[in-house]
Design a protein around this ligand. Structure first.
Ligand code: FES
Length: 155
């Protein structure tokens, strides 16, 4: 996979933390926000610039679920399969989303627009079945609503 990245954005992030080199998690968070994952060239540069072993950065990256070492989509789609959503057809919603995006849960679309995962309760069971697309909660879902919802986030 080509891991060429926009170095200017990375340099900006590094400069932001120049005076605060121990803020490893915050640095990685900003890189994740910028690229939607932690590109290896970025981790190598952070390791050199802040004199932090690469192995330490990788262990932080794998410890926190918020970080990904593989490219993620611009929009994270989380379909709830918790109990309340399950009994109200969450699995059917998931199947429909998988079909619409053309990927199974756990994967990312080739255009890097969507990553899809199953989650166990989004904390709004009264709206079951529920999914989140990016920061947006989509509740009281029906399979028939899924295509038009996803269409709003397509590039
Ligand atoms: S079980 Fe789906 S939001 Fe709680």
């Amino acid at each position: 996979m080509n891991e060429a990245i926009d170095e200017n954005k990375l340099v900006e992030i590094i400069e932001r933390y120049r005076e605060n080199p121990h803020a490893t998690v915050a640095i990685l968070q900003d890189i994740q926000d910028e690229y939607n994952y932690l590109p290896k060239p970025a981790l190598i540069k952070v390791s050199k610039e802040f004199n932090v072993p690469l192995t330490r950065l990788l262990s932080v990256a794998t410890f926190y679920n918020a970080f990904s070492l593989t490219p993620r989509g611009k929009y994270q789609v989380n379909v709830c399969l918790g109990t309340a959503c399950h009994v109200r057809g969450g699995e059917r919603i998931m199947n429909k989303v998988e079909k619409e995006l053309g990927i199974p849960r756990g994967e990312t679309t080739e255009d890097l627009n969507f990553s899809l995962d199953a989650v166990r309760c989004l904390g709004c069971c009264g709206l079951a079945p529920v999914m989140m697309v990016g920061d947006d909660v989509q509740g009281k879902l029906k399979e028939s609503k899924v295509p038009s919802i996803l269409e709003n986030y397509k590039q």
